[in-house]
Design a protein around this ligand. Sequence first.
Ligand SMILES: NC(=O)CC[C@H](N)C(=O)O
Length: 450
Amino acid sequence: MRSPIHEYLTELLQSCEVVQGGAPASYIPELAEADPSQFAIGLSAVDGAVYCAGDAEVEFTIQSISKPFVYGFALEDLGPEKVWDAVDVEPSGDAFNELSLEPETGRPMNPMINAGALATHALLLPGGGVDARVERIRSGLSALAGRELEIDEQVYHSEMETAYRNRALANMLRSAGNVDLEPLQLVRGYTRQCAVRVTTRDLAIMAATLSNGGVQPWTGERVFSARVVRQVLTVMTTCGMYDSAGDWLSTVGIPAKSGVGGGIIGVLPGQAGIATFSPPLDTHGNSVRGVGVFERMTEDMGLHLMSVPPPARSVLRDDGEITTADGGRVGIYALQGAIQFAGAEWIARHLEQFPPESPTVAWDLSRTYSVNKVARRLLLEIARGLEDDGRTVVLIDPDGVIADPVIGDGRRLRVVDSLAGIVGEEALRVPAYYTSPSVDTPTPDVTTVE
Ligand SMILES: NC(=O)CC[C@H](N)C(=O)O
Protein backbone atom coordinates (compact mmCIF):
# COMPACT_ATOMS: atom_id res chain seq x y z
CA MET A 1 0.00 0.00 0.00
CA ARG A 2 1.32 3.45 -0.82
CA SER A 3 1.32 5.77 2.12
CA PRO A 4 -1.54 8.27 1.87
CA ILE A 5 0.69 10.75 3.70
CA HIS A 6 3.43 10.47 1.11
CA GLU A 7 0.84 10.93 -1.61
CA TYR A 8 -0.58 13.94 0.13
CA LEU A 9 2.86 15.57 0.45
CA THR A 10 3.63 14.89 -3.21
CA GLU A 11 0.33 16.40 -4.27
CA LEU A 12 0.95 19.38 -1.97
CA LEU A 13 4.39 19.89 -3.47
CA GLN A 14 2.97 19.85 -6.97
CA SER A 15 0.19 22.27 -6.18
CA CYS A 16 2.59 24.71 -4.50
CA GLU A 17 5.08 24.58 -7.37
CA VAL A 18 2.95 27.14 -9.15
CA VAL A 19 3.62 29.63 -6.35
CA GLN A 20 6.05 32.09 -7.87
CA GLY A 21 7.82 35.16 -6.62
CA GLY A 22 10.60 36.00 -4.23
CA ALA A 23 14.31 35.60 -4.76
CA PRO A 24 17.11 33.70 -3.03
CA ALA A 25 18.92 35.74 -0.36
CA SER A 26 21.28 38.05 -2.22
CA TYR A 27 23.18 39.62 0.69
CA ILE A 28 25.12 36.37 1.09
CA PRO A 29 26.73 35.92 -2.37
CA GLU A 30 26.88 32.12 -2.12
CA LEU A 31 23.15 31.88 -1.32
CA ALA A 32 22.25 34.02 -4.31
CA GLU A 33 23.52 31.13 -6.45
CA ALA A 34 20.93 28.70 -5.05
CA ASP A 35 18.76 26.87 -7.58
CA PRO A 36 15.33 28.53 -7.16
CA SER A 37 13.50 25.46 -8.49
CA GLN A 38 14.62 23.19 -5.66
CA PHE A 39 11.65 22.35 -3.50
CA ALA A 40 11.03 19.84 -0.74
CA ILE A 41 8.61 18.98 2.03
CA GLY A 42 9.32 16.68 4.97
CA LEU A 43 7.07 15.54 7.77
CA SER A 44 8.07 13.45 10.76
CA ALA A 45 5.72 11.85 13.25
CA VAL A 46 6.81 12.08 16.89
CA ASP A 47 8.00 8.49 16.77
CA GLY A 48 10.36 9.34 13.91
CA ALA A 49 8.41 8.05 10.89
CA VAL A 50 9.52 10.51 8.20
CA TYR A 51 7.69 11.24 4.95
CA CYS A 52 9.36 13.34 2.26
CA ALA A 53 8.52 14.75 -1.15
CA GLY A 54 10.75 16.57 -3.66
CA ASP A 55 14.40 17.42 -3.12
CA ALA A 56 14.43 16.33 0.52
CA GLU A 57 18.01 15.01 0.41
CA VAL A 58 19.52 18.25 -0.95
CA GLU A 59 21.74 19.98 1.61
CA PHE A 60 21.48 23.70 2.31
CA THR A 61 22.55 25.89 5.21
CA ILE A 62 20.40 25.99 8.30
CA GLN A 63 20.82 29.77 8.83
CA SER A 64 18.33 31.21 11.32
CA ILE A 65 16.65 27.87 11.93
CA SER A 66 19.67 27.26 14.17
CA LYS A 67 18.47 30.04 16.50
CA PRO A 68 15.72 28.24 18.44
CA PHE A 69 17.95 25.19 18.87
CA VAL A 70 20.91 27.24 20.09
CA TYR A 71 18.57 29.07 22.46
CA GLY A 72 17.63 25.62 23.75
CA PHE A 73 21.30 24.66 24.18
CA ALA A 74 21.90 27.85 26.18
CA LEU A 75 18.89 27.10 28.39
CA GLU A 76 20.15 23.56 28.96
CA ASP A 77 23.76 24.56 29.63
CA LEU A 78 23.27 27.73 31.68
CA GLY A 79 19.78 27.54 33.11
CA PRO A 80 16.89 29.94 32.50
CA GLU A 81 18.04 32.86 34.69
CA LYS A 82 21.35 33.48 32.96
CA VAL A 83 19.70 33.26 29.56
CA TRP A 84 16.88 35.55 30.66
CA ASP A 85 19.41 38.10 31.93
CA ALA A 86 21.00 38.17 28.50
CA VAL A 87 18.01 38.08 26.14
CA ASP A 88 14.35 39.00 26.54
CA VAL A 89 11.42 37.09 25.01
CA GLU A 90 9.33 39.94 23.60
CA PRO A 91 8.36 39.90 19.94
CA SER A 92 10.05 42.89 18.36
CA GLY A 93 8.05 43.24 15.17
CA ASP A 94 11.39 44.18 13.66
CA ALA A 95 13.24 42.68 10.75
CA PHE A 96 15.64 39.87 11.66
CA ASN A 97 18.74 42.04 11.35
CA GLU A 98 17.40 45.14 13.12
CA LEU A 99 19.97 47.07 15.16
CA SER A 100 17.94 47.25 18.34
CA LEU A 101 18.11 46.78 22.08
CA GLU A 102 15.29 47.02 24.57
CA PRO A 103 15.31 50.62 25.85
CA GLU A 104 14.66 49.82 29.53
CA THR A 105 16.90 46.79 30.04
CA GLY A 106 19.41 47.08 27.21
CA ARG A 107 18.84 43.42 26.26
CA PRO A 108 18.08 42.19 22.76
CA MET A 109 14.31 41.78 22.45
CA ASN A 110 14.32 38.05 21.71
CA PRO A 111 16.65 35.22 20.66
CA MET A 112 15.17 34.90 17.16
CA ILE A 113 16.40 38.23 15.79
CA ASN A 114 20.11 38.43 15.03
CA ALA A 115 20.94 40.69 18.00
CA GLY A 116 19.43 38.12 20.38
CA ALA A 117 20.88 35.16 18.51
CA LEU A 118 24.38 36.68 18.72
CA ALA A 119 23.94 37.29 22.44
CA THR A 120 22.64 33.73 22.91
CA HIS A 121 25.55 32.27 20.95
CA ALA A 122 27.96 34.24 23.17
CA LEU A 123 26.49 32.61 26.29
CA LEU A 124 27.67 29.13 25.41
CA LEU A 125 30.81 27.72 27.02
CA PRO A 126 31.88 30.81 28.93
CA GLY A 127 35.64 31.11 28.67
CA GLY A 128 35.74 28.82 25.62
CA GLY A 129 36.85 29.96 22.19
CA VAL A 130 35.00 30.23 18.88
CA ASP A 131 35.78 26.64 17.92
CA ALA A 132 34.51 25.21 21.20
CA ARG A 133 31.22 27.10 20.95
CA VAL A 134 30.73 26.14 17.32
CA GLU A 135 31.45 22.50 18.13
CA ARG A 136 28.93 22.58 21.00
CA ILE A 137 26.37 23.80 18.49
CA ARG A 138 27.35 21.51 15.61
CA SER A 139 27.28 18.44 17.82
CA GLY A 140 24.00 19.53 19.45
CA LEU A 141 22.36 20.05 16.07
CA SER A 142 23.73 16.64 15.00
CA ALA A 143 22.14 15.02 18.06
CA LEU A 144 18.82 16.54 16.95
CA ALA A 145 19.28 15.36 13.36
CA GLY A 146 20.45 11.89 14.36
CA ARG A 147 23.52 12.14 12.11
CA GLU A 148 26.77 14.11 11.99
CA LEU A 149 26.17 17.49 10.38
CA GLU A 150 28.93 19.52 8.73
CA ILE A 151 29.68 23.18 8.20
CA ASP A 152 29.55 24.62 4.70
CA GLU A 153 32.88 26.43 4.53
CA GLN A 154 32.02 28.15 1.25
CA VAL A 155 28.81 29.67 2.59
CA TYR A 156 30.60 30.59 5.82
CA HIS A 157 33.37 32.48 4.03
CA SER A 158 30.93 34.05 1.62
CA GLU A 159 28.75 35.36 4.45
CA MET A 160 31.77 36.61 6.39
CA GLU A 161 32.82 38.69 3.40
CA THR A 162 29.64 40.72 3.58
CA ALA A 163 28.69 40.38 7.24
CA TYR A 164 28.81 44.12 7.91
CA ARG A 165 25.37 44.15 9.43
CA ASN A 166 26.12 41.36 11.89
CA ARG A 167 29.45 42.98 12.70
CA ALA A 168 27.58 46.17 13.48
CA LEU A 169 25.23 44.18 15.73
CA ALA A 170 28.12 42.47 17.52
CA ASN A 171 29.82 45.83 18.04
CA MET A 172 26.57 47.25 19.37
CA LEU A 173 26.27 44.34 21.85
CA ARG A 174 29.89 44.73 22.90
CA SER A 175 29.70 48.49 23.36
CA ALA A 176 26.48 48.16 25.38
CA GLY A 177 28.10 45.53 27.59
CA ASN A 178 25.86 42.64 26.53
CA VAL A 179 28.78 40.44 25.52
CA ASP A 180 32.43 40.40 26.39
CA LEU A 181 33.64 38.54 23.32
CA GLU A 182 35.56 40.30 20.58
CA PRO A 183 32.82 41.30 18.13
CA LEU A 184 34.53 39.77 15.12
CA GLN A 185 35.05 36.47 16.96
CA LEU A 186 31.40 36.46 17.90
CA VAL A 187 30.31 37.04 14.30
CA ARG A 188 32.63 34.25 13.16
CA GLY A 189 31.11 31.80 15.59
CA TYR A 190 27.54 32.82 14.84
CA THR A 191 28.11 32.71 11.08
CA ARG A 192 29.52 29.18 11.36
CA GLN A 193 26.45 28.26 13.38
CA CYS A 194 24.30 29.48 10.48
CA ALA A 195 26.40 27.57 7.93
CA VAL A 196 25.63 24.09 9.29
CA ARG A 197 24.35 22.00 6.38
CA VAL A 198 21.03 20.18 6.70
CA THR A 199 18.52 18.49 4.43
CA THR A 200 14.75 18.86 4.58
CA ARG A 201 14.63 15.36 6.04
CA ASP A 202 17.05 16.45 8.80
CA LEU A 203 14.94 19.49 9.61
CA ALA A 204 11.77 17.39 9.80
CA ILE A 205 13.27 15.07 12.42
CA MET A 206 14.86 17.98 14.28
CA ALA A 207 11.45 19.64 14.48
CA ALA A 208 9.90 16.31 15.52
CA THR A 209 12.38 16.14 18.41
CA LEU A 210 10.76 19.32 19.72
CA SER A 211 7.27 17.89 19.02
CA ASN A 212 8.35 14.83 20.98
CA GLY A 213 9.17 16.87 24.07
CA GLY A 214 12.94 16.94 23.48
CA VAL A 215 13.70 13.26 22.90
CA GLN A 216 15.21 12.44 19.49
CA PRO A 217 12.86 9.75 18.19
CA TRP A 218 15.49 7.60 16.45
CA THR A 219 18.27 7.61 19.02
CA GLY A 220 16.14 7.99 22.14
CA GLU A 221 18.54 10.71 23.33
CA ARG A 222 16.97 13.42 25.47
CA VAL A 223 18.43 16.53 23.84
CA PHE A 224 16.18 19.02 25.66
CA SER A 225 14.18 18.81 28.86
CA ALA A 226 10.41 19.24 28.48
CA ARG A 227 10.66 22.66 30.17
CA VAL A 228 13.28 23.87 27.70
CA VAL A 229 11.17 22.65 24.78
CA ARG A 230 8.23 24.63 26.13
CA GLN A 231 10.33 27.78 26.27
CA VAL A 232 11.81 27.26 22.81
CA LEU A 233 8.38 26.69 21.28
CA THR A 234 6.98 29.73 23.05
CA VAL A 235 9.62 31.97 21.56
CA MET A 236 9.23 30.37 18.14
CA THR A 237 5.50 31.08 18.32
CA THR A 238 5.82 34.73 19.23
CA CYS A 239 9.04 35.68 17.45
CA GLY A 240 10.00 32.93 15.00
CA MET A 241 8.71 34.62 11.88
CA TYR A 242 10.13 38.06 12.71
CA ASP A 243 8.00 40.95 11.54
CA SER A 244 5.39 38.59 10.07
CA ALA A 245 4.94 36.60 13.31
CA GLY A 246 1.36 37.82 13.88
CA ASP A 247 0.33 37.13 10.32
CA TRP A 248 1.92 33.67 10.51
CA LEU A 249 0.21 32.83 13.79
CA SER A 250 -3.16 33.90 12.35
CA THR A 251 -2.91 32.00 9.11
CA VAL A 252 -0.72 29.01 9.97
CA GLY A 253 -0.87 28.89 13.75
CA ILE A 254 2.05 26.66 14.65
CA PRO A 255 5.45 27.49 16.18
CA ALA A 256 7.89 27.92 13.31
CA LYS A 257 11.28 29.23 12.28
CA SER A 258 12.58 30.24 8.91
CA GLY A 259 16.09 30.67 7.57
CA VAL A 260 17.44 32.65 4.63
CA GLY A 261 18.81 29.40 3.19
CA GLY A 262 15.19 28.69 2.20
CA GLY A 263 14.21 26.34 5.00
CA ILE A 264 11.26 26.60 7.39
CA ILE A 265 10.45 24.28 10.27
CA GLY A 266 7.11 23.98 12.01
CA VAL A 267 6.48 22.11 15.24
CA LEU A 268 3.11 20.67 16.11
CA PRO A 269 3.53 19.77 19.79
CA GLY A 270 2.89 16.11 20.45
CA GLN A 271 2.08 15.40 16.81
CA ALA A 272 4.61 16.14 14.12
CA GLY A 273 7.61 18.08 12.89
CA ILE A 274 7.35 19.68 9.47
CA ALA A 275 10.02 21.13 7.21
CA THR A 276 10.07 22.83 3.84
CA PHE A 277 12.85 23.99 1.55
CA SER A 278 12.65 26.43 -1.36
CA PRO A 279 15.25 29.21 -1.75
CA PRO A 280 13.22 32.18 -3.07
CA LEU A 281 12.39 34.46 -0.12
CA ASP A 282 9.80 37.15 0.53
CA THR A 283 10.67 40.57 1.90
CA HIS A 284 10.67 39.23 5.49
CA GLY A 285 13.28 36.60 4.60
CA ASN A 286 10.78 33.71 4.67
CA SER A 287 10.62 31.14 1.87
CA VAL A 288 7.69 32.05 -0.39
CA ARG A 289 6.77 28.49 -1.33
CA GLY A 290 7.43 27.31 2.21
CA VAL A 291 4.89 29.78 3.56
CA GLY A 292 2.45 28.56 0.88
CA VAL A 293 2.94 24.93 1.91
CA PHE A 294 2.40 25.67 5.59
CA GLU A 295 -0.74 27.70 4.86
CA ARG A 296 -2.25 24.86 2.89
CA MET A 297 -1.23 22.18 5.35
CA THR A 298 -2.88 24.03 8.21
CA GLU A 299 -6.15 24.16 6.28
CA ASP A 300 -5.98 20.57 5.07
CA MET A 301 -4.78 18.98 8.28
CA GLY A 302 -6.30 21.23 10.93
CA LEU A 303 -2.93 22.06 12.46
CA HIS A 304 -3.68 25.50 13.89
CA LEU A 305 -2.82 25.47 17.59
CA MET A 306 -5.81 27.61 18.47
CA SER A 307 -8.30 25.23 16.87
CA VAL A 308 -10.38 24.12 19.82
CA PRO A 309 -9.76 20.46 20.70
CA PRO A 310 -12.60 17.95 21.21
CA PRO A 311 -14.35 18.24 24.56
CA ALA A 312 -12.95 16.33 27.50
CA ARG A 313 -16.03 14.21 28.12
CA SER A 314 -14.70 11.24 26.16
CA VAL A 315 -12.40 10.43 29.09
CA LEU A 316 -15.04 8.55 31.06
CA ARG A 317 -17.18 5.58 30.08
CA ASP A 318 -19.58 3.93 32.45
CA ASP A 319 -19.16 0.20 31.85
CA GLY A 320 -22.00 -0.88 34.06
CA GLU A 321 -21.98 -3.19 37.03
CA ILE A 322 -20.70 -6.69 37.57
CA THR A 323 -21.63 -9.11 40.34
CA THR A 324 -18.92 -11.17 41.94
CA ALA A 325 -19.24 -14.86 42.73
CA ASP A 326 -20.07 -14.06 46.34
CA GLY A 327 -22.74 -11.54 45.37
CA GLY A 328 -20.70 -8.36 45.71
CA ARG A 329 -21.43 -5.55 43.22
CA VAL A 330 -18.70 -3.70 41.38
CA GLY A 331 -19.36 -0.60 39.27
CA ILE A 332 -16.86 -0.31 36.46
CA TYR A 333 -15.74 2.94 34.89
CA ALA A 334 -13.28 3.06 32.03
CA LEU A 335 -11.02 6.09 32.08
CA GLN A 336 -9.55 6.61 28.67
CA GLY A 337 -7.01 8.61 26.71
CA ALA A 338 -4.77 11.32 28.09
CA ILE A 339 -6.38 12.76 31.20
CA GLN A 340 -5.60 16.37 31.99
CA PHE A 341 -7.35 19.00 34.06
CA ALA A 342 -10.52 19.22 31.95
CA GLY A 343 -10.93 15.45 31.81
CA ALA A 344 -10.49 15.06 35.57
CA GLU A 345 -12.93 17.93 36.21
CA TRP A 346 -15.50 16.14 34.04
CA ILE A 347 -15.00 12.88 35.95
CA ALA A 348 -15.32 14.67 39.30
CA ARG A 349 -18.54 16.39 38.26
CA HIS A 350 -19.99 13.23 36.78
CA LEU A 351 -19.33 11.09 39.84
CA GLU A 352 -20.65 13.79 42.14
CA GLN A 353 -23.94 14.11 40.28
CA PHE A 354 -24.36 10.43 39.44
CA PRO A 355 -22.85 8.72 42.47
CA PRO A 356 -22.05 5.08 41.84
CA GLU A 357 -24.52 2.75 43.54
CA SER A 358 -22.17 -0.19 43.87
CA PRO A 359 -20.22 -0.60 47.10
CA THR A 360 -17.07 -1.22 45.07
CA VAL A 361 -16.03 1.14 42.30
CA ALA A 362 -13.41 -0.03 39.80
CA TRP A 363 -11.58 2.49 37.66
CA ASP A 364 -10.29 0.69 34.64
CA LEU A 365 -7.13 2.52 33.55
CA SER A 366 -6.02 -0.03 30.98
CA ARG A 367 -6.96 2.40 28.20
CA THR A 368 -5.65 5.45 29.98
CA TYR A 369 -2.63 6.71 28.13
CA SER A 370 -1.45 9.30 30.61
CA VAL A 371 -2.56 11.23 33.68
CA ASN A 372 -0.86 14.55 34.25
CA LYS A 373 -0.04 16.04 37.63
CA VAL A 374 -3.20 18.01 38.24
CA ALA A 375 -5.41 15.19 36.94
CA ARG A 376 -3.68 12.71 39.23
CA ARG A 377 -4.31 14.95 42.21
CA LEU A 378 -7.96 15.42 41.30
CA LEU A 379 -8.53 11.71 40.66
CA LEU A 380 -7.03 10.77 44.02
CA GLU A 381 -9.22 13.43 45.68
CA ILE A 382 -12.30 11.96 43.96
CA ALA A 383 -11.29 8.48 45.11
CA ARG A 384 -10.88 9.71 48.65
CA GLY A 385 -14.33 11.31 48.52
CA LEU A 386 -15.85 8.04 47.34
CA GLU A 387 -14.06 6.09 50.07
CA ASP A 388 -15.16 8.60 52.70
CA ASP A 389 -18.71 7.96 51.48
CA GLY A 390 -18.24 4.28 52.29
CA ARG A 391 -17.22 2.90 48.91
CA THR A 392 -14.10 0.99 48.03
CA VAL A 393 -12.21 2.24 45.02
CA VAL A 394 -10.02 -0.23 43.15
CA LEU A 395 -7.72 0.68 40.26
CA ILE A 396 -7.35 -1.67 37.33
CA ASP A 397 -4.00 -0.26 36.33
CA PRO A 398 -1.77 -2.77 34.53
CA ASP A 399 0.67 -0.08 33.32
CA GLY A 400 0.82 1.89 36.53
CA VAL A 401 -0.42 5.20 35.09
CA ILE A 402 -1.39 6.25 38.61
CA ALA A 403 1.64 4.94 40.45
CA ASP A 404 1.52 4.87 44.25
CA PRO A 405 -2.15 5.89 44.69
CA VAL A 406 -2.01 7.30 48.21
CA ILE A 407 -5.19 9.15 49.16
CA GLY A 408 -4.11 10.68 52.44
CA ASP A 409 -3.96 9.50 56.07
CA GLY A 410 -1.69 6.71 54.88
CA ARG A 411 -4.55 5.18 52.93
CA ARG A 412 -3.70 3.63 49.59
CA LEU A 413 -6.04 2.42 46.86
CA ARG A 414 -5.97 -1.22 45.94
CA VAL A 415 -4.45 -1.82 42.50
CA VAL A 416 -5.04 -4.89 40.33
CA ASP A 417 -3.88 -5.83 36.85
CA SER A 418 -7.24 -6.85 35.46
CA LEU A 419 -10.90 -7.08 36.32
CA ALA A 420 -10.34 -10.72 37.26
CA GLY A 421 -8.26 -9.42 40.16
CA ILE A 422 -11.46 -7.96 41.62
CA VAL A 423 -14.25 -10.31 40.67
CA GLY A 424 -12.32 -13.55 40.08
CA GLU A 425 -11.84 -15.49 36.84
CA GLU A 426 -15.11 -17.32 37.42
CA ALA A 427 -17.29 -14.23 37.21
CA LEU A 428 -15.67 -13.14 33.98
CA ARG A 429 -16.43 -16.42 32.23
CA VAL A 430 -20.17 -16.01 32.79
CA PRO A 431 -21.46 -12.98 30.89
CA ALA A 432 -24.73 -13.05 32.83
CA TYR A 433 -22.91 -11.65 35.79
CA TYR A 434 -23.05 -8.31 34.05
CA THR A 435 -26.19 -6.73 35.42
CA SER A 436 -26.09 -3.67 33.21
CA PRO A 437 -24.56 -3.10 29.82
CA SER A 438 -22.11 -0.45 28.86
CA VAL A 439 -23.92 2.88 28.83
CA ASP A 440 -23.14 6.35 27.65
CA THR A 441 -22.15 8.57 30.48
CA PRO A 442 -24.94 11.09 31.02
CA THR A 443 -23.96 14.71 30.91
CA PRO A 444 -23.77 16.25 34.34
CA ASP A 445 -25.38 19.63 34.92
CA VAL A 446 -23.29 22.67 34.89
CA THR A 447 -23.40 23.98 38.41
CA THR A 448 -21.35 26.74 39.85
CA VAL A 449 -19.22 25.38 42.63
CA GLU A 450 -18.17 28.10 45.04
N1 LIG B 1 17.18 35.00 8.74
C1 LIG B 1 18.32 34.33 8.64
O1 LIG B 1 18.32 33.18 8.30
C2 LIG B 1 19.55 35.13 8.88
C3 LIG B 1 20.79 34.28 9.09
C4 LIG B 1 22.02 34.90 8.49
N2 LIG B 1 23.15 34.08 8.75
C5 LIG B 1 22.21 36.30 9.02
O2 LIG B 1 22.62 36.44 10.13
O3 LIG B 1 22.00 37.25 8.35
